[in-house]
Design a protein around this ligand. Structure first.
Ligand code: TXA
Ligand code: MG
Length: 321
């Protein structure tokens, strides 16, 4: 099941689908120009066809094969953050199959910062369509083992790159005609860093371009464990009535106020380091989800830097983002 880059390249060239590590989460990759491969990605994930895929490239020249126009602000962002966890939504070229973009006239493109992903894209010679390698709506995988456990028997191979360093998906931005920037999904690149690099403050959650098509990651129940999650701003030590006497888990930056309340505690960073917290988030959620709990209390983190993405994923896990 774990394959070499050379094997993975063969598979991609033959229209197969392969899980690849990126710095954010593992992706399920196939040739973006091969409709059969793209169709299989949707099928393996049980992903609705209205939810478009991100196309991964290995350099700006390859980006130009899928994107029709790169406005100056997009160029600035590429220069500042590529390779890295920033996805740009730009006008698409006609050659990009409509299946990839769910019929939109834009395409989401990103240059990942991971040597195995870059080798796979470069040697395959084509841009790779790759959503996160999880069943639709479930927690994204940050290790090869996460992928194997859920999709192992449905895909052609897994490139094992160890644990993902960033741990939350890429930040996705779109561009307004007036030079404005829209944050479509908070992620691995903080808004503050974008503002510093460009002088432009991205506005959050604009209306999607086409009302019938949800914008990225905008489905409310997403990144979700099977166990019910309840988010709290700052836990006051009192369990919700319905959860008293039950097996409840905890996820937060630090340990909860009181001891002995939770059956299992996942602390993301005792020092409050949001980067560390992001890198541990999905593995911690999986751990809790596999622990036969009745509920999970999630304490939100400070909403700066990667905290915006972490809280976004926690709220979506609750189903109330
Ligand atoms: O970090 C990441 O971005 C990971 C790794 C594998 O690269 N990928 C990822 O893909 O998170 P996925 O499919 O799980 O999420 C992609 C999001 C979806 O919510 C989709 O709606 C949005 O990107 N998206 C893709 N194309 C779009 C477009 N043309 N316009 C608006 N949103 C788009
Ligand atoms: Mg996903």
């Amino acid at each position: 099941m774990v394959v070499t880059v050379r094997d993975a390249v063969e598979m991609v060239r033959g229209g197969g689908v392969v899980a690849m590590p990126t710095e954010t989460v593992y992706g399920l990759a196939g040739d973006a120009f091969n409709e059969r491969a793209v169709a299989r990605i949707f099928e393996v994930k049980a992903r609705p066809s209205f939810d478009p895929l991100i196309v991964h490239v290995c350099d700006e020249a390859m980006a130009a094969r899928v994107v029709a126009d790169i406005p100056p602000l997009a160029r600035k962002l590429m220069a500042a953050f590529w390779p890295g966890p920033l996805t740009l939504v730009l006008p698409k070229r006609a050659e990009v199959p409509g299946l990839v973009t769910s019929g939109l006239d834009t395409v989401a493109v990103r240059l990942p910062n991971h040597p195995l992903a870059l080798a796979l894209i470069r040697e395959s010679g084509c841009p790779l369509a790759a959503p996160s390698a999880n069943p639709f709506g479930y927690i994204s995988p940050t290790t090869a083992e996460h992928v194997r456990a859920q999709l192992g028997d449905k895909i052609d191979g897994i490139l094992d790159g160890g644990a993902c360093s960033v741990g939350v998906e890429s930040t996705i931005v779109g561009f307004g005609d007036d030079g404005s920037l829209h944050l479509l999904r908070p992620g691995g690149i903080p808004l503050e860093a974008i503002a510093e690099a460009t002088g432009v403050l991205a506005t959050r959650y604009p209306l999607p371009a086409t009302p019938s098509i949800p914008a990225p990651g905008m489905l409310r129940q997403h990144y979700a464990p099977r166990v019910p999650v309840r988010c709290v701003a700052a836990w006051d030590g009192v369990l919700p009535e319905a959860w008293r006497g039950k097996r409840i888990g905890w996820i937060g930056l630090r340990r909860p106020l009181q001891e002995g309340v939770f059956a299992l505690e996942e602390c993301l960073s005792e020092t409050g380091d949001l980067r560390v917290a992001a890198s541990r988030l999905f593995a911690a959620m999986r751990c809790l989800d596999g622990a036969d709990l009745d509920g999970i209390v999630a304490e939100l983190v400070p909403e700066t830097g990667l905290g915006l993405a972490i809280n976004d994923r926690l709220r979506r896990a609750e189903g109330k983002a």
